[in-house]
Design a protein around this ligand. Structure first.
Ligand SMILES: Cc1ncc(C[n+]2csc(CCOP(=O)(O)OP(=O)(O)O)c2C)c(N)n1
Ligand SMILES: [Mg+2]
Length: 347
């Protein structure tokens, strides 16, 4: 559907041109194949993250490790809306993003355990992985740092005259960073094809959005820069897909940047060392039982008789096998040779 159809109200500009406001589109209607794919892709992320959590507990993973469990619908729905050549960049909660960009689970898991076969040859760890081949630009540990970089990717696309779009993800906490607004200004001024995906999972480390943010409607953070934004149910993969379709089309039509605020939730702590005392167990349990992105698709598949319990078990087995293989590889692949200590390093 053309994005033009969704432009609703108009705010007059000094130059007389209207600034459109956009409405959140209804969730996409999925075919059986799309629902099955969404289920399988989200399950892969969930099982991969559970395994990463186990390996961390067993001492195989050094440094930081931030799990994406609960937020799977965001990257999965967005990945269903993009095409070859579109780029993705995010922060440190990045394993799901890499799997959604079709990166090899072995390479991701082996990077977590610091092995040779990892995407950064075992020298980057959880927060620093890249694949130019798969158009994934990291993995960034400094909060907000990826936002100017993602904006730069969009600048390069415009400069080169291709129609690729930059998907620049960041969190509700990062949304309060100054460099985000410097990026917004330039992206809007130069009409850069960038989708700012704000993953509002309600917390930045142990701080709830209501304590850290004067304006908690993150979709409106671009108003001063004439960047439209919409709020999206980030726990429903179909809602994510339709919003992503709209945003991708908006960028490819040459309208400049757009913001998608994904309302989502992380089930685990901020990182592996977070006891999560800042929220109640009931709050987490309520999200899990009433809004889980994977359970929603599962119920739909069963209700519509598009899949039987046995079909879903077979998908679960396929996914578990991939994850088990990646974990085996990540425990047996050798560590980098000491001579690698000075390669790939700027000194
Ligand atoms: C510039 C900077 N300041 C502080 C930190 C410490 N820090 C790491 S994650 C984080 C919270 C970010 O929260 P959010 O953007 O909501 O992302 P989420 O962890 O929820 O995915 C903070 C303050 C950092 N890494 N970089
Ligand atoms: Mg957050």
């Amino acid at each position: 559907m053309a994005t033009n159809a969704r432009k609703t109200s108009a705010r007059s500009r000094a130059d007389g041109k209207a600034q459109p406001a956009l409405k959140t589109p209804p969730p996409a209607s999925f075919t059986k194949e799309q629902d099955l794919k969404a289920y399988r892709d989200m399950l892969l992320i969930r099982r991969f993250e559970e395994k990463a959590g186990q390996l961390y507990g067993m001492g195989f993973i050094g440094g930081f490790c931030h799990l994406y469990i609960g937020q799977e619908a965001v990257v999965t729905g967005m990945a269903m809306a993009i095409k070859e050549g579109d780029q993705m960049i995010t922060a440190y909660r990045d394993h799901g993003h890499m799997l959604a960009m079709d990166m090899d689970p072995r390479g991701v898991m082996a990077e977590l355990t610091g092995r040779r076969g990892g995407y950064s040859r075992g020298k980057g760890g959880s927060m620093h992985m890249f694949s130019k081949e798969k158009n994934f630009y990291g993995g960034h540990g400094i909060v907000g740092a990826q936002v100017p970089l993602g904006t730069g990717l969009a600048f390069a696309n415009k400069y080169r005259g291709n129609d690729s779009v930059s998907l620049t993800y960041f969190g509700d906490g990062a949304a309060n960073q100054g460099q985000v607004y410097e990026s917004f200004n330039m992206a809007s001024l130069w009409k850069l094809p960038v989708i700012y995906v704000i993953e509002n999972n309600r917390y930045a480390m142990g701080t709830a959005v209501t304590r850290s943010s004067a304006e908690t409607n993150f979709s409106q953070r671009g108003v001063s820069f004439r960047i439209p934004g919409i709020q999206v149910d980030g726990m429903d993969v179909r809602a994510v897909k339709s919003a992503s379709d709209l945003a991708v089309e908006w960028c490819r039509e040459g309208n400049g940047p757009i913001i998608l605020e994904m309302e989502t939730y992380r089930y685990r702590g901020h990182s592996m060392s977070d006891p999560a005392k800042y929220r109640s167990k009931d709050e987490v349990q309520k999200m899990r039982s009433e809004h889980d992105p994977i359970e929603q698709v599962k119920a739909r598949l069963l209700d519509s008789k598009w899949a039987t319990e046995d079909d879903l078990k077979a998908i679960d087995k396929e996914v578990r096998d991939i994850v088990a293989d990646s974990a085996d590889f990540a425990q047996t692949d050798p560590e980098p040779d000491p001579s690698e200590l000075y390669t790939d390093v700027l000194i």
